[in-house]
Design a protein around this ligand. Structure first.
Ligand SMILES: [Zn+2]
Ligand SMILES: [Zn+2]
Length: 119
């Protein structure tokens, strides 16, 4: 699987806040780390857990809207549109985030998803 490492994901999760206790300290449950890219993120404080989807190649192949959407997301730093998708999380039933990297300047940031369907 091509994608981010567990360490990279853990570091970047500090860009969002826990849906329950609002802290920003998370770890990846090491038992959940498998090559299929379906991992589990856990809040260090309250142990709230949520799915982390690390295999974005497969996701973007099966969701044709996503590559198009990524071209339209503006960078939070240089404001140029166009990012690459590194991984995504479902923080709660109403909060999904894409973790992206700006193609122009390399800035990494979480982008709240507006596309997810919440079934
Ligand atoms: Zn928490
Ligand atoms: Zn940028």
């Amino acid at each position: 699987m091509a994608g981010p490492s567990v360490e990279q994901v853990q570091t970047r999760l500090s860009g969002v806040r826990c849906a329950i206790c609002k802290t920003s300290d998370f770890f990846i449950d090491s038992r959940s780390v498998t090559p299929d890219g379906e991992w589990k993120g856990v809040c260090k404080k309250c142990f709230y857990s949520f799915p982390v989807h690390a295999d974005m190649e497969f996701y973007q192949r099966t969701q044709p809207d996503i590559p198009y959407l990524m071209k339209t997301i503006p960078c939070q730093k240089c404001e140029k549109p166009g990012v690459s998708l590194d991984f995504r999380i479902m923080l709660s039933v109403r909060e999904a985030y894409y973790f992206v990297t700006c193609k122009a300047c390399g800035h990494q940031f979480p982008e709240k998803s507006t596309l997810e369907s919440f079934e």
